[in-house]
Design a protein around this ligand. Structure first.
Ligand code: TYD
Length: 205
């Protein structure tokens, strides 16, 4: 059986982890071996890099940040993802290069095309067989993450602006590679989203 590489993308709070768990459960029921992965932090080195990227105090330049995500990705793809695909397994991964293009590109310092090139260099050109984009407007995503967010200050406004650029970037990516992407309205009921993903994956099996 041929291996598959499926990635889930979307803003924070869009429901990626719920959907990857449901997809994995279904595929295991179909008799497939599933490897679950995520970026950043899918490997031992990645856990250390994740800590640096997400929690280290102090300024990290946009280029350094892009390289840290790329280093995490290089290690994850070479040591976990490619070997699993070669064994004929199905890798379901939360976030991949489209996250870098959307988030690092949205910082306005780096261009999406160069961020994508960096990721492709890091992974020796691996693209997913399918990328599921859970599209959700920024307000709903935030509401899910933080049910009682009251104060709307300048920083919050910047965040909203940043996240709407991330969303737009994702939608542009999906439009430019329609055969790789499945775009689903993240506001739909969980079961309905899961069914749409299963239908699409079934065609790839
Ligand atoms: P994570 O805790 O994995 O959250 P989520 O549930 O939203 O996936 O957060 C990872 C954060 O890192 C998320 O805000 C997006 C960001 N990110 C990038 O900016 N670039 C990347 O290449 C990746 C993989 C993640």
């Amino acid at each position: 059986m041929a291996g598959l590489f499926i990635t889930l993308e979307g803003g924070d709070g869009s429901g990626k982890s719920t959907q990857s768990a449901l997809l994995a459960e279904w595929l295991v029921g179909e008799g497939r071996t599933v490897v679950h992965s995520r970026e950043p932090g899918g490997t031992e080195l990645g856990v250390e890099l994740r800590e640096i990227i997400l929690h280290r105090r102090g300024y990290i330049t946009p280029r350094a940040e892009a390289l840290l995500y790329a280093a995490d990705r290089a290690q994850n793809i070479a040591t976990r993802v490619r070997p699993a695909i070669d064994r004929g397994e199905i890798v379901i991964q939360d976030r991949y290069l489209d996250s870098s293009v959307a988030y690092q590109g949205a910082g306005r310092v780096l261009g999406g095309a160069e961020v994508r090139e960096l990721s492709l260099w890091a992974t020796d050109g691996l693209l997913p067989d399918l990328t599921v984009l859970l599209d959700l407007d920024v307000a709903s995503g935030r509401a899910r993450l933080d049910a009682d967010d009251k104060v709307f200050d300048r920083l919050e406004a910047e965040k909203v602006d940043f996240h709407s650029r991330v969303r737009d970037a994702y939608l542009e990516l999906a439009a430019s590679e329609p055969s790789r992407f499945l775009v689903i309205d993240g506001a739909l009921p969980v079961g309905e989203i899961a069914r749409a993903i299963m239908e699409r994956v079934a065609r790839l099996l």
